[in-house]
Design a protein around this ligand. Structure first.
Ligand code: GSH
Length: 209
């Protein structure tokens, strides 16, 4: 299996999941400006949209979209509990989180990352995003992970996204300076997830630590 990734982007989520599962995958870095893989191939020929993550299975099948990819990976080793069993309410709860993260948080960042183009819209978009993070903070009051007592693929996705609000290179250049200083549950959750060996391995493999 291959994972196409851009360091520190949303593809960190399936990267963490691969490591949590102990799956052996070839990591292929993509240059986000030139859309060339590190092997020199045109990435648009892999994914015509040009974005990561994408995984290529051993038979050549390509799977796109982070929320689908992490569920596919989690289902390869259900015994590790990274995804609840298909068809259960918990599984729909996971999908509820993944949908929320992809549409409300991930895409909620876009005006901040393209703040020059977005102009005054940033003034609307940023408080919306902050409100959503505050809501996540509340959800974490009584539980250590998004779905309850154990880490799931939703935590891997949120970890990739929360990193954007804190990375100095993003916050200084863009208007993505979302701070979590007053969101104590989210801060504690972030620190808890960050020390996981699979997360540390992914950060090292992407050159982020
Ligand atoms: N709908 C996609 C969006 C993925 C996405 O936005 N990827 C960004 C990185 S976080 C990317 O590859 N941007 C480069 C580009 O679009 O050319 C998903 O959820 O997987």
């Amino acid at each position: 299996m291959k994972l196409y990734y851009i360091p520190a982007s949303c593809s960190l989520s399936p990267h963490i999941v691969l490591n949590e599962l102990g799956l052996d995958a070839t990591l292929i870095k993509v240059d986000h400006k030139k859309h060339l893989t590190e092997l020199g191939a045109n990435y648009f020929e892999v994914n015509s949209f040009g974005y990561v993550p994408a995984i290529e299975l051993d038979d050549g099948t390509l799977l796109r979209e982070g929320p689908a990819i992490v569920q596919y990976l989690g289902d390869l080793k259900p015994e590790l509990g990274l995804v609840p069993t298909n068809g259960t309410l918990d599984r729909y709860r996971l999908q509820e989180w993944l949908s929320f993260l992809t549409s409300e948080i991930h895409k909620g960042y876009i005006p901040l990352l393209y703040s020059t183009l977005a102009g005054k819209y940033v003034d609307t978009a940023k408080p919306k995003l902050e409100k959503r993070f505050a809501w996540i903070d509340e959800q974490l009051t009584a539980r250590p992970y998004l779905l309850g007592d154990s880490f799931t693929v939703a935590d891997a996705y949120l970890f990739a996204l929360t990193g954007w609000g804190q990375a100095a290179w993003l916050t200084s250049y863009y208007k993505a300076d979302i701070h979590f200083d007053n969101l104590h549950n989210l801060r504690a959750w972030y620190d808890r997830v960050k020390v996981r060996p699979a997360v540390q391995k992914a950060l090292r493999e992407e050159g982020l630590v």
